[in-house]
Design a binder for this molecule. Sequence first.
Ligand SMILES: O=C(O)[C@H]1O[C@H](OP(=O)(O)OP(=O)(O)OC[C@H]2O[C@@H](n3ccc(=O)[nH]c3=O)[C@H](O)[C@@H]2O)[C@H](O)[C@@H](O)[C@@H]1O
Length: 435
Amino acid sequence: MRSIEDHDLFPSTPGKVKIERTNMLNRQFYRCFASTSTMFVWALFLIALTASYLSFQSFVDPKNRHYPISWGGLNWEKQVRTSAQIRESRQRGMSVLVTGAAGFVGSHVSLALKKRGDGVVGLDNFNDYYDPSLKRARKSLLNENGIFVVEGDINDARLLAKLFDVVAFSHVMHLAAQAGVRYAMKNPGSYIHSNIAGLVTLLETCKAAVPQPSFVWASSSSVYGLNEKVPFSESDQTDQPASLYAATKKSGEEITHTYNHIYGLSVTGLRFFTVYGPWGRPDMAYFSFTRNILQGKPITVYRGKNRADLARDFTFIDDIVKGCLGSLDTSGKSTGTGGKKRGPAPYRIFNLGNTSPVTVPTLVSILERHLKVKAKKNFVDMPGNGDVPFTHANISLARSELGYKPSTDLQTGLKKFVKWYLSYYGYHHNGKSVN
Ligand SMILES: O=C(O)[C@H]1O[C@H](OP(=O)(O)OP(=O)(O)OC[C@H]2O[C@@H](n3ccc(=O)[nH]c3=O)[C@H](O)[C@@H]2O)[C@H](O)[C@@H](O)[C@@H]1O
């Protein structure tokens, strides 16, 4: 039986005064307090358990997630329908849902589709991975050209179902993603959210749609990882990714394959090689170098083993757009209906590169020439953060199947980028006028 000497159960530190517990009232108070605090701890524990269960549920089942509803209503539906309409004069046109439409590649592809008369509806969550005002500006451009951009997340299954209720999209051009190779070390969860969970939510919608759309999406040259065989061919091994970003893109290729295999979804995966150009992504080297050079700030140029220059198969946006449109045009139909496969459907993967790699120091010197400003270069050994030393695309497959033929070299493409950059951000940087 526990007695008043129970206090011995509590460890006491030598030298500390023990609490005298002779007073009955005091004892009851302590017991009462002890039981209240135990209950309190249990209550906290239960709340934490429930919270983790709910967040786990929402992680595994996107339908349970709550997204703010900023869509819906008759007017919204009308805007979606109008935007998806194919121009009457366009023969065999398509109605395309473009995810990531306010992004770099997404905005260019949307405009190109609309220009030739296809119906386009954009979807974008306008996240703040980089300056959302640039995404808003791209959106305005799309609006001016008759493209409606829905604000929403690819993980929002209800929104996706609604979009397919309103429009029987013939194609999905899936470009929404968490991009960037090195950022994956800072925010790994965002790659799982967009590139894995979001992809699956979108595929679930496509598989269930009647008719099923053809699915074209952005993979990445980064799937080649530590591959040393050059140039990189689609049949090369891609099981040694160097970053979590690359791993999620590679997983995307495997995941889309299962939807093709089980549900008859027509799938085309495009391995983009370091895409650059006007309206580009501020997190990419050519963009941030330009900003820093103009502001008189130093730039960090990474170097590989034995001080070897890093190289990329930089690919101009207009060439990528042609590759995307060629992929949509040749995608072939999905065969499934009501979630059931009715026959084999195409599953394709293509490199979309420029097939002439350029070193990073050469990129910098081209920028210096176009900007007429010398860069302050700090050469640093490439940190172990997911980067790869070089990329080089073999594009013969895309050439024969898509008619893909890149025609812009880095010198010309960067000239166009710099022209856009100066007109968008203004000619005055670091107190100087550049023209
Ligand atoms: O091709 C691809 O698949 C990938 O291309 C780019 O990734 P990356 O090639 O690393 O492009 P940048 O971040 O613009 O880097 C280009 C080169 O500049 C180097 N770099 C980058 C940043 C920097 O401060 N200094 C520097 O020397 C990098 O090491 C790399 O060699 C994109 O950011 C990815 O989203 C895309 O998937």
